[in-house]
Design a protein around this ligand. Structure first.
Ligand code: PGA
Length: 280
């Protein structure tokens, strides 16, 4: 296996969907459907009220539990908020932070997200840190500047030993949900390269090489294969399609076959003209 062949991740973000009964059924169907192939790491992030319920269904399967948010304090008078320790208590491994819906609909700033990122790592959670530009920002050629700012400010002060527990999700706001806009594989590949380069400038080439970067934004079974085979795309963060077990499982399968394709091309001998017999 190529030493820098990265693990793929398929993560479901259920957002503010499902009833308790639906959450239980969805979790069971995913556990039964994902099989035992472990080339792809799988996680689901249900709404807070169903974390405990879903957390009882997942043990023994290869599906991990994640949360969609946290409040950056250990405990205290923060009515309605949920601490990192509570998430760990419920068996969460991952937490999604910096999602564009929280940035744009709930007014979270880069500084506040940074506080969440640092406290999540300090508690021992794995962070899925989301970045992405709006349509207006892309049309005004600000994509690079926006991603740059979100990465630099969102990851400021994160200790080096936490970085292997970081996953970045590139989620262009204009491609999330039913906007009718879709990012092309080239746009996705370019943004991922930019994120990896910027991360490398901050934390070094070696960590950048092993950084897992997911794509999110209308990933469905019919486009998952082409997106997951893009250079530098290590998986997907799925909204809508994660609410249908068959669709989510089909995307996990697309991730598995993308991983195998990468492994095959990594093990093909590389052409070295110096080793070719000389023409006389
Ligand atoms: P979508 O959501 O797959 O429904 O576009 C992705 C996300 O917001 O994480």
């Amino acid at each position: 296996m190529k030493p820098n062949l990265r693990q793929k991740f398929i993560i479901g973000n259920w957002k503010m969907h499902t009833t308790a009964a639906e959450a239980g059924q969805l979790a069971k169907a995913i556990v039964d459907g994902v099989g035992i192939e472990d080339r792809v790491s799988v996680a689901v992030c249900p709404p807070f009220p169903y974390l405990a319920l879903v957390g009882k269904i997942l043990p023994g399967s290869r599906v991990a539990l994640g949360a969609q948010n946290l409040y950056p304090e250990k405990e205290g008078a923060f009515t309605g908020e949920v601490s990192p320790t509570m998430l760990l208590d419920l068996g969460c491994k991952h937490v999604i932070l910096g999602h564009s819906e929280r940035r744009h609909k709930l007014g979270e700033t880069d500084a506040f997200i940074n506080k969440k990122v640092r406290i999540a790592f300090a508690a021992g959670l794995e962070v899925i840190f989301c970045v992405g530009e709006t349509l207006e920002q892309r049309q005004a050629s600000q994509t690079e500047a926006v991603l740059d700012r979100q990465i630099v400010q969102g990851l400021a002060g994160v200790p080096a030993d936490a970085l292997p527990h970081l996953i970045i999700a590139y989620e262009p706001v204009w491609a999330i949900g039913s906007t009718g806009h879709h990012a092309t594989p080239q746009q996705v590949q370019d943004a991922h390269a930019l994120i990896r380069r910027r991360f490398g400038q901050m934390f070094g080439k070696e960590l950048a090489q092993s950084l897992v970067i997911l794509y999110g934004g209308s990933v469905k079974p019919d486009n998952a294969g082409s997106l997951l085979r893009c250079d530098g795309v290590d998986g997907a963060l799925i909204g809508g399609a994660s609410l249908k077990a068959d669709q989510f499982i089909a995307i996990v399968e697309a991730g598995t076959s993308a991983w195998h394709t990468e492994e095959e091309s990594a093990s093909e001998p590389t052409h070295n003209p110096e080793l070719e017999p000389k023409q006389s």
